[in-house]
Write a protein that binds this ligand. Structure first.
Ligand code: SDX
Length: 432
């Protein structure tokens, strides 16, 4: 619970003067608790895009946009990316502490034994066109999980909430891999319990029945790091979508499907696909100035995908780790001169020297380098956002559990500033 400080904020307008408590968290900006404003002052606050609005209190992830810091349960992302692994980060985000060896082993066993989906779900895919975007398939099939796993949809039962969390962390990668296999006309590959989380995903995506598939440990480690970097990110658009859906009492599978739908947008998780397509369109370093000019042109809707962020007004710490990982992975694969990587590095260098980007504090974000690594691993651009979605599932479900577990939580229901027609009487069609 946020700490009430001795400080208050006073709002004075017309003949009213209303005082509000100021709350402090453990770190970061204080908040003015305005929950009594409408009752006391008969006015709403107005903050489209929520730039100045805290929608909840949370103990899961902290971001300092000015310093470019990201912490999961207090642990800096740089340390986790170097020393931890995705399933350990899942445990940390869900339960608040790093697991000991026994807890880690038990958690890993529970997730591993939930990776298969109900066999009937295979038929769902046949209803989609083969050229469906895998995000469309994932929204449909993850939402349909509530039609199969009725025994983990009662949100008021802590045990069912726990089972739903494990099922989602375990099954969303399987569904994402199935969406990919379906799109390329290859048979589904079942999960293998002998593989770790990232290795299992690579196997489900790239193995074929006709021959053995050996997981490359370098790629598996790099993919596991990508999963960690995307695991959670405070109250971003898709997490806020999951929380709002959950506030109505919707089941966890429906809430995560809503989060996947929101993440798909190119301003959010869809930016990794859009960014690689942009880098390919630029093609060569000499064409970068043309695109920088377009990005600055108010009359041109073009934006540098993978650049800018609502919160980070400094380097996105995830982009830094991702850039190092791109150098490492492509170097080990002997493709360090990958033209897309060269264009990305030169684009970053030029943009960060350009006064437009400096003045607007636009830096590369998590989506700027991730696509380069994923493409080098063999994933098509259409799989970049599904990989973001499977990584973020643990963050969504941790935030959902935190909200549902809060006895004070209420349905989220914002108000509006109405600017439409005032009341008027109906006119018969003969007189219009
Ligand atoms: C993610 O919220 C999260 O935490 C998200 C995320 C997560 O982990 O969940 O971090 C993941 O979504 C990362 C962001 C991925 N999106 C992109 O890379 C798409 C390109 N970036 C933008 O569209 C934009 O920067 C946003 C959407 C990310 C942020 O938008 P804001 O905060 O609403 O900022 P804005 O659109 O108001 O931009 C402020 C100014 C504008 O200029 P002015 O109107 O003030 O003159 O900066 C300009 C914008 O035109 N600007 C850009 C730009 N991004 C912002 N100009 C050129 N290229 C860009 N990429």
């Amino acid at each position: 619970m946020g700490e009430t400080t001795k400080r208050t904020a006073r709002l004075t307008f017309d003949d009213k003067s209303i005082e509000f408590p100021i709350l402090s968290g453990s770190v970061g900006p204080d908040v003015i608790d305005i929950r009594t404003l409408y009752g006391a002052g008969d006015v709403f606050t107005f903050d489209p895009g929520f730039s100045s609005t805290a929608s909840t209190e949370s103990a899961i992830t902290y971001i300092d946009g000015d310093k470019g810091e990201l912490q999961y349960r207090g642990y800096p992302i740089e340390q986790l990316a170097e020393k931890s692994h995705y399933l350990e980060v899942c445990y940390l985000l869900l339960y608040g502490e790093l697991p000991n060896a026994a807890q880690m082993s038990d958690f890993e066993a529970r997730v591993t034994r939930h990776t298969m989906v109900h066999e009937q779900m295979h038929y769902f895919f046949r209803g989609f066109r083969r050229d469906s975007h895998p995000m469309a398939t994932m929204v449909g099939v993850v939402g349909a999980m509530s039609a199969f796993y009725h025994d983990s949809t009662d949100i008021n039962d802590p045990w069912q909430r726990e089972v739903a969390a494990i099922r989602l962390i375990a099954k969303v990668p399987t569904i994402a891999a199935m969406a990919y296999k379906y799109s390329i006309g290859q048979p589904f590959v079942y999960p293998k319990n002998s593989l770790d989380y990232a290795g299992n995903f690579l196997h489900m995506c790239f193995a074929v029945p006709a021959e053995d598939y050996k997981v490359d440990p370098v790629l598996a480690k790099a993919l596991d790091r990508i999963f960690m970097l995307h695991a959670d990110h405070e109250q971003n658009a898709s997490t806020s979508t999951v929380r709002l859906a959950g506030s109505s009492g919707a089941n966890p599978f429906a809430c995560i499907a809503a989060g996947i739908a929101c993440l798909w947008g190119p301003a959010h998780g869809g930016a990794n696909q859009a960014c690689l397509e942009m880098l390919r369109e630029i093609g060569t370093v000499d064409r970068i100035p043309e695109y920088i000019r377009r990005a600055k042109d108010k009359n041109d809707p073009f934006r540098l995908m993978g650049f800018g962020h609502r919160v980070y007004k400094n380097f996105d710490p995830r982009a830094k780790v991702m850039k190092e990982s791109a150098d490492e992975v492509l170097g080990l694969m002997g493709i360090e001169n990958n033209p897309t990587l060269q264009v990305a590095k030169e684009l970053e260098r030029i943009a960060l020297e350009d006064e437009y980007f400096v003045e607007k504090k636009l830096y590369p974000n998590v989506d700027f380098y991730s696509g380069i690594i994923l493409e080098a691993m063999g994933f098509p651009t259409s799989m970049f956002t599904p990989i973001f979605a499977l990584s973020r599932t643990v963050g969504w479900i941790a935030q959902w559990k935190e909200m549902i577990g809060d006895p004070t939580q209420r349905i989220g229901r914002p108000r509006q500033l109405y600017v439409g027609p005032k009341q008027r009487d109906y006119i018969d069609v003969r007189h219009r």
